[in-house]
Design a protein around this ligand. Structure first.
Ligand code: AHG
Ligand code: MN
Ligand code: MN
Length: 333
């Protein structure tokens, strides 16, 4: 069977891009290269003296793992060298990284928001981790980067994707014309098209939420959890509960199998825990493009006007009928 590599696929699809001059293709290629470098280390983490904590606390007040820092460095370096990205907003940096003063990036048209390593608290126990990215187009070519260029609404994303370092490593992305998934073939070092035109079922039977926080959840979410657990053969309930604790891995599984992932507001995280710019928006774009939905329980994630780089939002994402069921509990509350 003939294989199609990510590079070949990107070139073939270049015509889909409204401004196609090859820059976005090159940017996606640069992300793919960094992903392979991170994959190499994640794969032998136990041998590479890369497990454990870096010793620093990041902007979220969370302990940085060595691999958080390694992944962040690889992606930023690849974007810097590639010359197509003028600004990187990363989970690991309080302020974004402005590349526009670099000689190679002076003409760069794209802004990248990135969670370099998602689920990093899972690394030490060899559980799947991921990378999430979101790409926006620059609004003004004739002045330093403006705040409103970085804080664009999710609907303005020109591309988004994730990499899952799992039992195999996959890169999944969208440019707004459906979703395609590529599996890394380590023997040739290439991401190869394995999941063309991915679609999420309208109804699944998996719900993913950290149920340990049940008592801290808002009433509509408690009600939905009880709904998932009720016996009703007509709607195939009770559903199965699955929660890895890496957003990428949980949503990837639900995309393949059908299901809903919820991280609501809690008493500890009144705004929710997950970050709008580099977790929720890119995953929402992908899931919508696969035919699913992503909301806060009340409004679409992609319609939220961001106020802050590291803003958190509640999220209900996945199979459309399941998301709508949660929304109906919010609406009736
Ligand atoms: P990160 O490792 O980038 O900080 O993200 C961790 C996130 C997300 O991947 C996951 O879904 C969630 O945190 C898990 O949080 P809880 O442990 O509170 O369930
Ligand atoms: Mn994350
Ligand atoms: Mn992270």
């Amino acid at each position: 069977m003939a294989i199609k590599t990510l590079g070949q696929f990107i070139i073939e699809k270049q015509a889909d891009f409204p401004y196609a001059k090859g820059e976005l293709s090159r940017l996606l290629r640069d992300i793919g290269i960094a992903a392979k470098l991170v994959n190499r280390v994640v794969n032998k983490a136990g041998l590479a003296d890369i497990l454990g904590q870096q010793g620093d606390i990041n902007v979220q007040g969370e302990v940085q793992q060595k691999l958080d820092v390694y992944a962040d460095t690889q992606f930023i370096n690849a974007l810097k060298m590639g010359g197509e990205c003028c600004y990187v907003a990363s989970e690991e940096h309080e302020e974004g990284v402005d590349l526009s003063t670099n000689v190679t990036s002076r003409e760069a048209k794209y802004i990248v928001c990135i969670d370099p390593l998602d689920g990093s608290s899972n690394i030490d126990s060899n559980v799947s981790v991921g990378t999430i990215f979101s790409i926006y187009r620059r609004l003004y070519a004739d002045r330093p980067i403006q705040k409103e260029e970085i804080l664009q609404v999710g609907r303005k994303q020109v591309a988004a994707g994730y990499i899952i370092y799992g039992s195999s490593t996959m890169l999944v992305y969208t440019t707004g014309c459906g979703v395609n998934g590529f599996t890394l073939d380590p023997s040739i070092g290439e991401f190869c098209l394995s999941h063309p035109d991915m679609k999420i079922a309208a109804q699944g039977s998996i719900y993913s939420i950290n149920e340990g926080y049940y008592s801290k959840f808002p009433q509509p979410v408690k009600q939905y959890i009880k709904y998932c657990q009720e016996i009703d053969s007509a709607t195939n309930r009770p559903y199965t509960s699955r929660y890895i604790g890496s957003m990428v891995a949980d949503i990837h599984r639900n995309l393949i199998k059908g299901g809903v992932f919820i991280y609501p507001q809690t008493s500890n995280h009144p705004e929710g825990k997950l970050r709008l710019m580099y977790e929720c928006n890119p995953m929402a774009f992908i899931v919508e493009q696969a035919g699913g939905k992503a909301t806060t329980g009340k409004i679409a994630i992609l319609d939220i006007q961001p106020q802050l780089l590291h803003q958190r939002v509640p999220i209900v994402i996945g199979s459309s009928d399941m998301v709508e069921q949660v929304e109906s509990f919010y609406a009736n509350h």
